[in-house]
Structures are given as structure tokens and as C-alpha cells.
Write a protein that binds this ligand. Structure first.
Ligand code: DX5
Ligand code: ZN
Length: 227
């Protein structure tokens, strides 16, 4: 299972150094949590395309950047994030009116398309689009902030997507990747890997005051049995 850091709990005045530390530790994928002050329940604002452009310019083209859009109008504003240099746009299915058109538009623009669902949103909101999606993200917290407790009840959702994706792959279809986001730390990383997750977002479990990113990542890899 691959690990991608969320920078939500970073000290934004030191963000460049934090990103350098992540790359130094072997990270090759960064997860960018965009909140517009409206869509998440706690009305948080995080950052937008300008910061993402600076991150892309600093990290170069070999690092994967995804943007997790917790915003009301992803269908209208996604081109700003593509222009800022993301490789993958992940939109909340609860906020999208015309999912099929959004996927096609993203692919036409040369970026990958992902959908994400909240812990209480049924999987059949996304399943009809699975064959055209590059990634499905299951939230394991209510989106809005870093450092929340993991919700183990999403296991059934994750396993359902895993089964559907495996079936799709064996039918010769797209290798849609399965991601989980929220409350993942060293103590539960192996559990979600066992559910069949391909990529886990880790925010406060990597960027915290307990250790360096390299130390925290090594602990997670140890739990996963990865060198
Ligand atoms: C939640 C975000 C996250 C999350 C990750 O709204 O999408 O990516 O904050 O942070 P941790 O790992 O601290 O839950
Ligand atoms: Zn996220």
C-alpha cells in the first residue's frame, strides 16, 4: 500500500521544507485538501490553486499531485486546479450533478478523474461510473479537518469497491485505484491494507510533533511489513 501525505496539519509557513522532507523520505504523491469555506460541515477554508501552483513549481513534474475538492462547485472550477498542475482531480460525488460529463471533461483535459464519498454516502452513487474512474476515495472521517478519529465502519464500503474493481480488472477494464482518507496512522495502516486499499492518505500521522516524516513513515512501513 502506498502512502500519500495530506499537508493539512503542516505549518504553512514552513511548507516548502516539509514537502522537501517528505520527498527525502521517499514520498512520490502529495494529497491536497481543498475546502471552500462552504461545503464541509465546519465551513473550513484551506487553500486553493495559487498554493498548488507553488507546490508544483517547487516539486517538479515527477511528483503526483491530487486535489481532493471539498467544494460546492467542482464542476465549474476544476480547470483552475488543472492549470495549477494537479495530475488527478478528486470530486465529492455528493456535490456533483453530472458525474459522467465531469469525468469526460477531466480526461479530455489530460488529467485523471476520481470520485470520493463520505462515510454515510452509499457506494451505488459511484459504482455506475467505476469503469471510467482512475481512482475512488473512501472517506474514513467526516471531511473538514485533520487529526480526527478513524471510522472503522467504512470497511464494508472499501471491501465493496475492492470487489467491484477486481472484477472490472479481470474483465479487462480499467485499473481504478482505491484510496482511503482520514484517521490513518501506524496502528491501523495494516488493517486498511488488508481491506484492499491501494493508497492511504496520512495527514497527522505523518506531519506531527512526535517524529520526523521519515521516522513516521518508517513506522507505518514497518507495520505494513514493507521495507
Ligand atoms: C479531511 C481530509 C484529510 C485528512 C487527513 O477532510 O480530507 O485528507 O485531514 O488527515 P488525518 O490523517 O490527520 O486524518
Ligand atoms: Zn483528503
Amino acid at each position: 500500500m502506498e502512502i500519500t501525505p495530506s499537508i493539512l496539519t503542516a505549518d504553512f509557513t514552513r511548507l516548502g521544507e516539509t514537502l522537501d522532507d517528505a520527498l527525502q523520505a521517499g514520498i512520490r504523491w502529495i494529497h491536497l485538501d481543498v475546502m471552500d469555506g462552504n461545503w464541509v460541515v465546519n465551513r473550513t477554508i484551506t487553500f486553493g490553486p495559487a498554493l498548488i501552483r507553488s507546490i508544483r513549481d517547487r516539486l517538479g513534474d515527477n511528483i503526483i499531485l491530487d486535489c481532493h475538492l471539498m467544494i460546492t462547485n467542482a464542476e465549474e472550477t476544476w480547470p483552475q486546479y488543472v492549470d495549477a498542475g494537479v495530475n488527478l482531480v478528486i470530486a465529492h460525488i455528493e456535490a456533483v450533478k453530472d458525474p459522467a460529463t465531469l469525468i469526460d471533461s477531466l480526461h479530455d483535459a489530460g488529467v485523471q478523474a476520481g470520485f470520493v464519498l463520505n462515510p454515510d454516502t452509499p457506494v451505488d452513487t459511484i459504482l455506475p461510473y467505476l469503469q471510467n474512474l482512475d481512482l475512488v476515495l473512501v472517506m474514513s472521517v467526516i471531511p473538514g479537518k485533520g487529526g480526527q478519529s478513524f471510522m472503522p465502519e467504512v470497511e464494508e464500503k472499501v471491501r465493496c469497491f475492492r470487489t467491484a474493481i477486481d472484477q472490472q480488472i479481470s474483465d479487462g477494464g480499467r485499473h481504478t485505484r482505491l484510496m482511503i482518507d482520514g484517521g490513518i496512522k501506524a496502528h491501523n495502516a495494516a488493517q486498511v491494507a488488508n481491506w484492499g486499499v491501494d493508497i492511504a492518505v496520512v495527514g497527522s500521522g505523518l506531519i506531527n510533533h512526535k517524529g520526523t516524516i521519515a521516522e513516521n513513515l518508517a513506522e507505518i512501513h514497518h507495520e505494513l511489513g514493507q521495507a
